[in-house]
Design a protein around this ligand. Structure first.
Ligand code: SAH
Length: 377
């Protein structure tokens, strides 16, 4: 932390290239940026004075003009199933949530990209809260930094977090620049060194931004489809009126077209009783996705107060899954984890600061937890 008085530059979310340019501006050699990034993201050190391979003069200078500032942990809760949820307080008083989901062979962190969301999907609790602001790159990467600093490292791994999914609060493609900077650090071998298949961006389908994303990175892609036709998707995911299914699927094809991008798109499909969970919907979905290399992730709806939807029975969920499976689709029913600590999809709670500054109101958020097996509890 810096003790400097005036507007220190927060270096936590700066990708290596940008940091190198900054160092050059300060008259330092660019490779110092690599050293600094290793200290911050690999060793978890935020105190410049402890960075012993940097010259004393540079350390002093950094202490005067820069800082490595993290969100504050307002709450940490662990579930019986190992899921951990944090409420993080941001400098402006807003709060976001981050959830860690351990599995045998991986540790997945579900992160937020915005405070609230502007997209108004009718089944999503975040939409009810409206939109407050984008997170900065340091607020996004800070979620990984904090999780790694709090979690025990399993044997045979260098860190607890092995996978990251942008499935917390917010629409990541609506916060493009900060999300891309954070992804840069996630993939950087000098920082988190995650492979691009271990970072998944989930989007409701902002087509132009998805094309832009394909120009700068090729992390794994999840798309919140939720309906097999435009009439229904227009109602559930209103951004569909702007970017209808056909355009969205074409953008998905463009994103995965390149031979290097052999991963498939994952389509997320929240199952809402009587709305999109009938056999005819499954059949329509099969026709729609026939030629798209993909996986389908079924998410039984998690109700929240005031929501007009109902979760289907597990029989209906399994019947839907069977139809897709029989048609040859790799289909997964996402299991609910961490519901005893309110960390499951639709259960996250954060706080959006009252802009008048007169206090904070509680808001409900969702986080979709990536699970590969099993049934919803
Ligand atoms: N805005 C992005 C990422 C966050 S949402 C997106 O739309 O993809 C992560 C997933 O959780 C999305 O597929 C979202 O549609 C789903 N989801 C939202 N509310 C839910 C709820 N109440 N129950 C189950 N899944 C929900």
């Amino acid at each position: 932390m810096s003790t400097s008085p005036a507007n220190p530059l927060n270096l936590l979310g700066m990708p290596r290239k940008r940091l190198a340019e900054q160092f050059e501006q300060w008259g330092e050699r660019g490779f110092r940026a690599t050293q600094l990034i290793k200290w911050i993201h690999q060793r978890g050190v935020t105190d410049f004075t402890a960075m012993t391979d940097l010259s004393k003069a540079l350390r002093e200078r950094l202490g005067q003009v820069a800082e490595i500032d993290l969100p504050e942990i307002a709450l940490e809760r662990s579930s019986d199933d190992g899921t951990v949820k944090w409420v993080l307080r941001l400098a402006d008083g807003n709060a976001i949530e981050t959830v860690f989901i351990p599995e045998d062979d991986r540790g997945t962190l579900c992160i937020s990209s915005q405070v609230g969301c502007a997209l108004d999907c009718t089944f999503c609790s975040t939409a009810q809260q409206g939109f407050n602001r984008n997170l900065t790159a340091h607020e996004i990467i800070g979620q990984i930094w904090l999780a790694n600093s709090r979690l025990p490292v399993p044997e045979g791994r260098s860190r607890a977090v092995t996978n990251v999914v942008f499935m917390g609060m917010g629409e990541p493609l609506a916060n493009f620049d900060a999300v891309v900077d954070a992804i840069d650090l996630m993939l950087d071998d000098n920082a988190y060194g995650l492979s691009k298949r271990r970072v998944t961006l989930s989007t409701s389908g902002l087509v132009p931004a998805l094309d832009r994303l394909g120009e700068v990175t090729d992390v794994a892609l999840a798309v919140s489809l939720h309906a097999p036709n435009d009439a229904l998707r227009d109602r559930l995911v209103p951004i569909n009126r702007k970017y209808p299914i056909r355009e969205l699927l074409e953008a998905c094809r463009r994103y995965t077209r390149d031979g290097a991008r052999h991963h498939r798109v994952t389509f997320e499909y929240v199952l809402l009783a009587g709305i999109n969970d009938q056999p005819e919907h499954a059949r329509e979905l099969i026709d729609l996705l026939r030629d798209v290399p993909c996986k389908i992730n079924l998410i039984p709806f998690n109700p929240f107060p005031g929501s007009p939807f109902v979760r289907p029975s597990m029989n209906a969920v399994h019947a839907f899954e069977r139809l897709l499976g029989d048609a040859g689709f790799v289909t997964i029913i996402r299991r609910t984890r961490g519901d005893d600590i309110d960390a499951a999809c639709g259960q996250l709670v954060g706080q959006v600061a009252d802009r008048s500054g007169r206090g904070a109101r509680m808001i409900r958020l969702h986080a979709a937890l990536p699970q590969r097996v099993g049934a919803t509890a």
